[in-house]
Write a protein that binds this ligand. Structure first.
Ligand SMILES: NC(=O)c1ccc[n+]([C@@H]2O[C@H](COP(=O)([O-])OP(=O)(O)OC[C@H]3O[C@@H](n4cnc5c(N)ncnc54)[C@H](O)[C@@H]3O)[C@@H](O)[C@H]2O)c1
Ligand SMILES: O=P(O)(O)OC[C@@H](O)[C@@H](O)[C@H](O)[C@H](O)CO
Length: 381
């Protein structure tokens, strides 16, 4: 089996790429970072430090790399059995034209083997969004061929992988937590279902995606935003701050109440899921900066993402949301010199004030009670 993986970053090298290579799949990474591409093509291997109470160093071998800009990826898409991505939600649209070109070449070459494409991003049904971008640029004829031969498979992906703290400045080394979970929608595959150790198949993906995104990522983001406000540099320091922990746990409980109502999760098992996540945030073996976890605040404050979507659920079911609102207010205070979205947020706040800014970014009604509550929290009331 051959696979092409877009994005040789933290989750690409530290989780999805590792899992595919470990399964004996012939793996090529596609990226735009020339340093990473060159290192992969010189060594064809790299080290993954798996850290937790038990530590181990795994070597991922027999991997290649190509630039994702150019014809190499097009040729590969015409040939491989599996395409995966971990590039970040905003980049999916940028890789779609190359994916479309590769699919047209596959059809021209008469390659009728099933191909499956799986986006491994922190978003709800990211692969379906990639599919929409790809279909947009195809002719009707090609679209029909793609519908028949290509599976666009949505997934939920969970493993905390901060940028490596390599003592050797190795651009390929990556440090990951022990926990990992990759759940894919088995109803969307074309051809035989794959048997890849570490990939779990489900016919109930939405429950898993929302459980992960609106528990772990909701709590993670609020830890980052409150952490930065309180002057903490890392997620561990932030979550060990009792005042922050109470709000984070409260927000995960509020979001959890929505998930329990929507998907019928067992309340005790969900409480245990939250406890386990709090432990993962505390991991003493990982250095995860609040600035990585808080990155792209406009995305995180958008209507379908980890802060607003759970809040909308609490409103739908008439449930409490005090802690979610505190998290949203803290997100509006997020600042980062490296992050264009943080700067745009700051500019919007300066131009329009918190009420109009929050309404514009989140799609919430500017005159709603909840926006008024968030503005009060933002103003420290
Ligand atoms: N790091 C984590 O803990 C984690 C866990 C679960 C899910 N995710 C999700 O995985 C995705 C990637 O996150 P990450 O932390 O690995 O980020 P990252 O920045 O470490 O990796 C992204 C990689 O994509 C590459 N890239 C950018 N534009 C590209 C393009 N046009 N073509 C090919 N490659 C391109 C970058 O050079 C980089 O190597 C995100 O959607 C994130 O939400 C991350
Ligand atoms: O990748 P983002 O920016 O969507 O979210 C930041 C972190 O919360 C995220 O990367 C987590 O580490 C990850 O989702 C754990 O599975």
């Amino acid at each position: 089996m051959k696979a092409l993986h877009f994005g040789a970053g933290n989750i690409g090298r530290g989780f999805i790429g590792k899992l595919l290579a470990d399964a004996g799949i012939q793996l090529t990474f596609a990226d735009v970072n020339q340093t990473v591409l060159d290192a992969l093509n010189e060594r064809h291997s790299y080290q993954v430090h798996v850290v937790g109470e038990q530590k181990q160093i795994d070597t991922v071998s027999n991997v290649n790399a190509v630039s994702s800009i150019g014809e190499d990826v097009v040729t590969l898409i015409a040939d491989v059995d599996l395409v995966t991505t971990a590039v970040g939600p905003v980049v999916l649209e940028r890789i779609a034209p190359a994916v479309a070109k590769g699919l047209v070449l596959r059809r021209t070459n008469g390659n009728e083997k099933p191909l499956n494409i799986i986006a491994c991003e922190n978003m709800v049904r990211g692969t379906s969004q990639l599919k929409a971008h790809v279909m947009k640029v195809l002719s009707e004829d090609d679209q029909a061929w793609v519908e028949q031969h290509v599976g666009f498979v949505d997934s939920a992906v969970d493993r905390i992988v901060p940028p490596s703290e390599s003592a050797t400045n190795d651009p390929l080394e990556v440090t990951v937590e022990t926990f990992s979970e990759w759940i894919v929608d088995k109803t969307q595959f074309k051809g035989d279902l794959p048997n890849i150790p570490g990939m779990e198949l489900t016919d109930n993906l939405m429950a898993f995606v929302e459980r992960k995104l609106f528990t772990l990522n909701t709590g993670h983001a609020i830890t980052a935003y409150l952490g930065q406000l309180a002057g903490h540099q890392t997620i561990r320091d932030a979550i060990l701050d009792e005042k922050i922990r109470a709000v984070v746990k409260g927000a995960m409980d509020e979001s959890g109440a929505v998930l329990i109502k929507r998907y019928g999760f067992d309340a005790d098992k969900h409480a245990a899921y939250i406890q386990k996540i709090l432990g993962r945030f505390e991991n003493p073996y990982l250095k995860d900066d609040v600035e990585r976890v808080g990155r792209q605040p406009l995305r995180k404050l958008s209507a379908g993402d980890r802060l607003i979507k759970p809040l909308l659920g609490t409103i739908e079911y008439g449930l409490p949301h005090l802690n979610l609102v505190k998290g949203i207010a803290a997100a509006m205070h997020y600042r980062s010199e490296q992050d264009p979205q943080a700067q745009e947020l700051e500019q919007l706040l300066a131009e329009k004030g918190p009420q109009a800014t929050l309404a514009e970014i989140s799609g919430l009604d500017a005159n709603s009670d909840v926006v008024a509550q968030a503005v009060d929290a933002y103003n420290g009331k």
